[in-house]
Design a protein around this ligand. Sequence first.
Ligand code: ACO
Length: 402
Amino acid sequence: MARPRNGAGHHYAHVVGWGVAVPEQVMTNADIERLVETNDKWIRDRTGIAERRIADERDTAATLGARAARKALYNADILPRDVDLIVVATSSPEYFFPSTASLIQDRIGATRAAGFDLLAACTGFIYALDMATAKIKCGQIETAIVIGTEVMSRVLDWSDRSTCILFGDGAGAFVLKANDMPGGVMETVLHSDGSGSNLLTVGTGMRPVWNGQHGPQHVEMNGREVFRFATRVMASATEEVVELAGCSMGDVDLIVPHQANLRIIQAAARSLRMQPEQFVVNLDRYGNTSAASIPIAVAEAAEEGRIRPNQTIVLVGFGAGLTWGATLIEWAVKPTPATAIRDVVREGQIIFGAIQSFWRRVFRYIGSALFRPPARLYGETFRRWTKRQNTKRKDGSQEDEQ
Ligand code: ACO
């Protein structure tokens, strides 16, 4: 995977492309009113959410993540075969293994890339961005895709009005690239406090049995405590990363917070003494998409021209764990518009990757069918083993009789 550079040179990790994939199905607050006892006014007043996207039965964290990654590659004019590493932050994967990163790698034709998943709930994207940035800065890799992707609708209890109103599905991706020009992802702070792990959970069904059950496999949350924690750490993590980068709050142009609740964002703005307009907010349209919320918000702000070169932006997240963290980015590189030829090559590599993957599966299937010992041999071996056990038992009982 890696193209070692012997750690030479001063490498910076720049965000050179971004992409978003959200499901088409829109679920409004009015739709939720038909599921649980709630109302549009309560949801808007307490959270700021008006609607969210819900994946249809064909979509998963991998399909949404792959769509976002393809758009990010297109935006960055990077070819799939040039990707060294894929890091995926998700709390709603299709499988425990294989990783969502492996599934996405296969779907986008990134045949040279390594990939792994990372779980830090809603802070996952900040953690993932830091992991990929570190690999670039130490010179081990040149190009990474960092993805936050979720189908939270599959881990919700749709009869619990205190949680099902909050979440939505979607994916966002960044392409990170090594560059000697100062800027890009400058500093990150990451935190975890496991003493609050009980405040926000989704079980896997593998906890020790208690009361005859392995525990629920949907979101359970102590909303008030999470709210209190979130308002505190959004401001503290932002100040911490700004100080670490040697900047002051006055240098920060824009903050992209985790999109959980408008009141949490407003409280953070007050405590940081920043204008509400300096915060990117899109939770009214998507709800809380967990690890996907920050990259979706960044991508939309960049598309709208709210994020521009030479700006200093802070991404700040919090979530289950409890986890929280912030990243300071000096937005420096303008995306290079792709030429038509490069587009054809990119699509070609994706198609080639799919064909290669198909034939590898076919060959594996044929190979295992040809070289598998016939079933009757297993049957014969088992018969011989049973016969031996019976003979031993008979001999033993004859000796006992004598
Ligand atoms: N509709 C109507 N009433 C409701 C609803 C609803 N959907 N949900 C709760 N209520 C009621 C409660 O039952 C309660 O009634 P009661 O006083 O008669 O008992 C009342 O509204 C107030 O409930 P609170 O929980 O105090 O409401 P609060 O103002 O705290 O808002 C909320 C609840 C929106 C969940 C808020 O606490 C919150 O946003 N917390 C943070 C959650 C969060 O950010 N989670 C994501 C973390 S990121 C991750 O890792 C996934």
